[in-house]
Design a protein around this ligand. Structure first.
Ligand SMILES: [Zn+2]
Ligand SMILES: [Zn+2]
Length: 421
């Protein structure tokens, strides 16, 4: 068995891994780096592929996948929510970056027609090969999977993006592995630090939101449409926030998808109930009205790079009564990062120092240093630990953890290949 890293294992983004055994090939994830223009993985002839596996719907894992279907068909192994979410995210991606992408929506449609839905903990065989594959819940976003793949006497685990902590939306990752692995390909996004405790984070967040609302202000929560928007809604309601909550745009579409895939949620009824009470905004007339109200507005995009959040912030930032709550990672170069670091709002044609209060609460969907240590500690056998999906400090953090536990480590770069003997 050989493993080739077609993406960028040295950054958070562009996940793509080729697994080869006895002349047969499978690709695990085929994502993009979210640069301008987006960067695609190393290409591989689709005709030589026996299957594609997509672990979850984030663009850094799926953004280039339709390209593999432009001229060829092969089975796509995916969970149902991942495919449904991918539809929304790929459409949006094409709208924003279509000019740079080597595929069109029709290619995504063709890819979808090749989909075979996979459930967690149900092993299957990839036809025409000796690959056996099993998905395990990754706890990262609904539908997300870790992949166990075995062939020719070797077994590897690819954690993909993983969250070992329970959230309001989801159960933690399923990391009870009885089997021994020859290689574990593990993410390392937060390999260098621990997150604040979830319960204190939630408590502080809801208290601050309540303060702004009691001061008669408007709260804007720019949030990723997938998982974060719904998590924020659930946190507010389960911690007794009783005021008006508005949800906008793609977050609505995503919530509807999640409610159709109940089995992938921790408590579908809580989400259904909370979503039932939400004021759903899809039109400009309604946006202009709610932005003047004493309410909480949850709107994508999470880093203020587009979406309705851009409109809302341009209307809210000048009034000190209002509050802007950033609730996720803010990538360098995004308007969210500029707001966080400099207190300056810089969106479309608006630039100015914010007078509204700004807050940062790090709700993460990735596990942290302790969580990664927990995963490594309970691995049996003698796998080599391949460390991917992290910046330098994250990868070095996991390397240190793994070596303390006595494992061999491997830090691949783009294009590197690992061959088992
Ligand atoms: Zn992800
Ligand atoms: Zn990722």
């Amino acid at each position: 068995m050989k493993i080739k890293f077609l993406g960028s294992p040295e950054i958070v983004g562009r996940a793509a891994i080729l697994v080869n055994s006895e002349g047969k090939n499978i690709i695990l994830d085929y994502g993009v780096e979210m640069s301008k223009p987006p960067k695609l993985p190393i290409s591989f002839p689709p005709r030589d592929l026996n299957g594609l596996i997509l672990t979850h719907a984030h663009l850094d894992h799926i953004g280039a996948s339709p390209y593999l279907y432009v001229s060829w068909g092969m089975p796509l192994y995916i969970t149902r929510p991942t495919l449904e979410l991918a539809d929304v995210l790929i459409k949006d991606f094409l709208k924003l970056s279509g000019e740079y992408l080597p595929y069109e929506y029709i290619d995504f449609t063709y890819m979808s027609q090749n989909a075979e839905f996979v459930e967690y903990r149900k092993e299957f065989n990839v036809p025409g090969t000796d690959f056996r594959v099993e998905f395990r819940d990754a706890g990262h976003i609904p539908g997300s999977a870790q992949v166990i793949i075995s062939a020719n006497g070797k077994r590897i685990l690819y954690t993909s993006d993983i969250n070992t902590y329970e959230t309001r939306l989801q159960k933690p990752a399923d990391v009870n592995f009885d089997e021994e692995f020859d290689m574990v390909i593990i993410e390392s996004t937060y390999g260098y630090k621990d997150h604040p405790k979830r319960s204190s984070l939630e408590k502080a967040f809801v208290e601050k939101v309540k303060e702004v609302i009691e001061d008669k202000g408007t709260v804007l929560v720019p949030a990723f449409a997938v998982a974060r928007s719904q998590e924020i809604l659930l946190v507010l309601r389960s911690r007794g926030f009783d005021g008006k909550i508005v949800m906008d745009g793609m977050a609505l579409e995503v919530t509807e998808i999640l409610l159709r895939n109940r089995g992938y949620l921790k408590s579908p009824n809580s989400l259904k109930k909370a979503f039932g009470r939400v004021k759903k905004v899809r039109r400009w007339r309604e946006r202009k009205r709610v932005v003047k109200e004493n309410c909480v507005i949850i709107a994508p995009a999470g880093m203020l790079g587009g979406g309705a959040a851009v409109f809302y912030i341009s209307k809210l930032y000048k009034d000190p009564k209002n509050g802007i709550f950033l609730v996720g990672y803010q990538a360098p170069g995004t308007p969210g990062r500029t707001l966080l670091e400099e207190g300056v709002v810089q969106v479309s044609d608006v630039t100015g120092k914010t007078k509204a209060k700004k807050y940062y609460f790090e709700f993460s969907s990735h596990t942290d240093r302790s969580g990664l240590k927990g995963v490594l500690s309970q691995l049996s056998g003698d796998p080599v630990i391949a460390i991917v999906h992290g910046e330098e400090e994250g990868r070095m953090g996991v390397k240190e953890l793994a070596e303390e536990l006595g494992f061999r480590t491997y830090l691949p770069s783009t294009g590197d290949m690992y061959a088992f003997d």
